[in-house]
Design a protein around this ligand. Structure first.
Ligand code: SAM
Length: 195
């Protein structure tokens, strides 16, 4: 009961503040903590539908900046001059093509999440595949000193995955924002400054 009230708080707040999803508060908290997104930045948002992270990023980068969002689904309620949407499955998207289209990027954020089956190992493995692809894309597109945020489900592969990502960034942190639903196993890996 208490948990539901807490979740409703973020959902209601997102509606009243005109954000496209409650998940915006997770990115806001990550950004406030690590100071990742700056005016004029060129940012890539992986798994951008329905669009709240891109909405937040567009506000932060301002008119001089640019946000590209990629998802299986088009975020129909998001339109802004600095926003470009690419409809694609990231798992089959050619990284080389993306490099040619939109490189370089100052920040790559990924909230990619699989449709869950309820089978823990299946969901964790699917989340890991998406996170691995997000790292591949980030390493190919990020400028030196670029930043990376990536959702991943907790599981036994998290530790080795974190070590692998740590090789590419000056600082690596696991972060669980307050807006994360209590029953969720998701955490965010934050890579500060590409090495
Ligand atoms: C949690 S939602 C993202 C919410 C978004 N950050 C926001 O604030 O509006 C996860 C998204 O990942 C997308 N996704 C999952 N697998 C994908 C894939 N293989 N390729 C592209 N997008 C994918 C889903 O379509 C979904 O929209």
């Amino acid at each position: 009961m208490r948990q539901n009230r807490w979740e409703d708080h973020y959902t209601r707040r997102a509606k009243s503040e005109k954000w496209l999803a409650r998940s915006v508060y997770k990115l806001q908290e990550i950004d406030n903590r690590f100071n990742l997104i700056k005016r004029g930045n060129r940012l890539l948002d992986l798994g951008c539908f329905p669009g709240s992270w891109s909405q937040y990023a567009l506000n932060k980068v301002g008119h001089q900046g640019e946000v590209v969002g990629i998802d299986l689904n088009r975020p129909d309620h998001l339109s802004a001059s600095g926003f470009r949407f690419i409809q694609a499955d990231v798992l089959t998207l050619e990284t080389e093509w993306l490099v040619r289209e939109i490189s370089p990027r100052d920040v790559v954020i990924s909230d990619l999440a699989p449709s869950t089956t309820g089978i823990r190992s299946t969901d964790t493995n699917r989340s890991l595949s998406l996170a691995e692809k997000a790292v591949e894309i980030a390493c190919a597109l990020l400028k030196e000193k670029g930043h990376f945020v990536c959702k991943i489900f907790e599981g036994e592969d998290l530790k080795p995955f974190k070590s692998e990502v740590a090789r590419h960034f000056r600082q690596i942190r696991l972060f669980r924002p307050k807006a994360t639903r209590k029953r969720s196993r998701e955490v965010y890996l934050v890579g500060v400054s590409l090495d």
